[in-house]
Write a protein that binds this ligand. Structure first.
Ligand code: IPE
Ligand code: IPE
Ligand code: MG
Length: 251
């Protein structure tokens, strides 16, 4: 049967975006770009580029679900091990992404932030991020945290060094140091720990992402490769999260 008015209807139009007040922060390991491209006989770079439209789709879905913080693993401290040509492609993506989507992010009231060691990035990457951070500073909707040149062990070590400097300067007391104070030395000091971690692409590992912050986070793994990841999948993860029973060691 041919129903013309249904033919052009996108399934997304019918989606519902439930708001869950217990879900403050979602973190995503966006994995599978390279395999997506290789499956199609394309260079890995094509997968990274294709993944950009997924980023925007998922940001918009997170906005609709009134998530407060979305942290995206964009480039890890270990990703420097890849061939220089691939690293160059990945590090050009933030600028490409922002040149296309920044106006839409602004109209969606998104505030951009970053975590990671930005100083080691090429100037064009750093400047694009810094511009977007400055441009969205007054927005008070979703905080979009881009983890760039981020590695959790590097973050913890970096925090330890600053902390010891403060102890030596008498600004902090070693005897009184607690978990809450330690957290203020991390890149994530301004946000709550993630409630939900999503990893796409089928691997079941953290790959040096937010090791301290994920202590009591709920994990959801998807086999879908990042460029194929959809709002429907994202909403499924949120729905699963609502069914979890978080005990934090209690009963
Ligand atoms: C994730 O996709 C993106 C980054 C790590 C920057 P990959 O490039 O790791 O894709 P796969 O895992 O090789 O398929
Ligand atoms: C994790 O993916 C890093 C990002 C998504 C940015 P990787 O593809 O680098 O992780 P491994 O190498 O499979 O652990
Ligand atoms: Mg990978």
């Amino acid at each position: 049967m041919n129903i013309p008015f249904l033919k052009n209807k996108q399934p997304e139009e019918a989606l519902q975006y439930p708001v869950d007040h217990t879900l403050d922060h979602v973190a995503i390991i966006m994995d599978g770009n390279g395999r997506w491209a290789q499956k199609r006989g394309l260079p890995r770079a094509a997968g990274h580029k294709e993944g950009l439209s997924t980023v925007f789709k998922i940001v918009k879905a997170a906005v609709k679900c009134k998530v407060n913080v979305l942290t995206l693993y964009t480039f890890s401290t270990e990703n420097w091990k890849r061939p220089k040509s691939e690293v160059d492609v990945i590090l050009r993506l933030p600028k490409e992404f922002l040149s296309v989507y920044l106006p839409d992010l602004i109209s969606n009231n998104v505030r951009i932030e970053s975590i990671g060691d930005l100083e080691k990035l090429p100037a064009h990457t750093r400047e694009a991020i810094e511009y977007a951070i400055a441009r969205t500073r007054d927005n008070d909707g979703l905080q979009l945290n881009l983890a760039l040149n981020y590695g959790s062990r590097h973050e913890i070590l970096h925090s330890m060094k600053e902390l010891i400097t403060d102890i030596n300067a008498g600004k902090l007391s070693l005897d009184e140091l607690n978990e809450e104070q330690f957290s203020t030395y991390l890149y994530t000091k301004d946000v709550k720990d993630p409630d939900l971690l999503i990893r796409t692409g089928g691997e079941k590992r953290l790959s040096n992402f937010l090791l301290w912050q994920l202590a009591y986070t709920e994990f959801w793994f998807s086999d879908v490769l990042w460029p194929d990841f959809t709002e429907v999948e994202f909403l499924r993860a949120l729905e699963q999260f609502r069914q979890r029973n978080r005990r934090y060691g209690g009963v």
